[in-house]
Ligand binder design. Structure first.
Ligand SMILES: Nc1nc(=O)c2c([nH]1)NC[C@@H]1CN(c3ccc(C(=O)N[C@@H](CCC(=O)O)C(=O)O)cc3)CN21
Ligand SMILES: CC(C)C(=O)C(=O)O
Length: 288
């Protein structure tokens, strides 16, 4: 899709108004980004779920700004015509505004992202305003915010009772007022996600937030069953099983090398007749 025109935040808002769902998937490197773009995805998120699915950590907390810059650059090289959002990692946007903007600058200038994502509600709205006023689109993220797993007390569904529903509604409105271009709703009850989606003019992008958000996002490795520990979760649907394909392919390669079935005649390069003579001398001529 070389001539596909990349999406932008103005068009996203219009898509919400027109009732056209936004599609987002994570990607972390050149091949995953390339395939996502070829498949026609609207937005690629270089998520800090990188930590879980690519780097092998238990949580997203160990992911660094250097990790995010490196992976964002790789994603951009694979998807030149797709809107790309990069996650601000844990503890990079809760200190001084200067420090936050330094991280944003690295993701935009070195990583070449089009926007950044930050987790949190009212407490980060001042930071969101500053980032937006620097000319950087900000994607909000509320509900289950994995960077706060230790204060939330686990990966739990949000918005089950009236007080929690009101808190989420207030956070979404605060993010809209702060200038966020859209907001991710993660593991939020369907009723609350629907009410928020109706109450704000910017798109909501849900993961485990039911059917009535303005868009959906899932993690690449979950969708494709690519060695992900999350693939069986209730909010995930798997559309392919590349983990099995990869394992079976490598198993066969190993077996064929052990059995000397690979490489065969079709994979080799032949030298000139005279090479044998020079290697083995005239005595060996005709030996093989
Ligand atoms: N591979 C992957 N996929 C993700 O969706 C994802 C990550 N990693 N890492 C960062 C966060 C963490 N996420 C999580 C983590 C755990 C649950 C979970 O255990 N959910 C329970 C529900 C818990 C409850 O009932 O309150 C479940 O059974 O789905 C959900 C989302 C979503 N994100
Ligand atoms: C699950 C999505 C929304 C995310 O934040 C990530 O991939 O890190």
């Amino acid at each position: 899709m070389a001539d596909k025109q990349a999406l932008n935040i103005v068009k996203m808002k219009k898509m919400k108004a027109d009732g056209i769902p936004l599609t987002m998937i994570t990607a972390y490197d050149y091949p995953s980004a390339r395939l996502a773009e070829e498949a026609g995805i609207d937005i690629i998120l270089v998520g800090d779920s990188l930590g879980n699915v690519v780097l092998g950590y238990d949580t997203t907390l160990p992911v660094t700004l250097d990790d995010m810059v490196y992976h964002t650059r790789s994603v951009v090289r694979g998807a030149h015509n797709t809107f790309i959002v990069a996650d601000m990692p844990f503890m990079t946007y809760h200190g001084s505004i200067d420090e936050s903007l330094r991280g944003v600058r690295r993701l935009m200038q070195e990583g070449r992202a089009h926007a950044v994502k930050v987790e949190g509600g009212v407490e980060i709205c001042e930071t969101v305003k500053q980032i937006v006023s620097a000319g950087v689109p900000v994607l909000g993220h509320i509900g289950l915010t994995p960077q706060s797993v230790n204060t939330i007390g686990g990966y739990r569904i949000q918005g089950k009772d009236p007080a929690d529903a009101q808190r989420l509604m207030d956070e979404a409105k605060a993010l809209e007022a702060a200038g966020a271009f859209a907001v991710v709703l993660e593991l939020v009850t369907e009723e609350v996600a629907e009410a928020i989606s109706r109450a704000i003019s910017i798109p909501t992008i849900g993961i485990g937030a039911g059917r009535y958000t303005d868009g959906q996002v899932l993690v690449y490795h979950d969708v494709l069953r690519y060695a992900s520990p999350y693939r069986e979760k209730r909010f995930v649907k798997t559309y392919a099983d590349i983990g099995t394909q990869i394992r079976e392919g490598i198993t066969q390669y190993v077996q064929e090398v052990k059995q000397r079935a690979f490489p065969d005649e079709s994979h080799i390069f032949k030298a000139d007749e005279t090479v044998l003579e020079s290697l083995y001398g005239t005595a060996s001529k005709g030996a093989k």
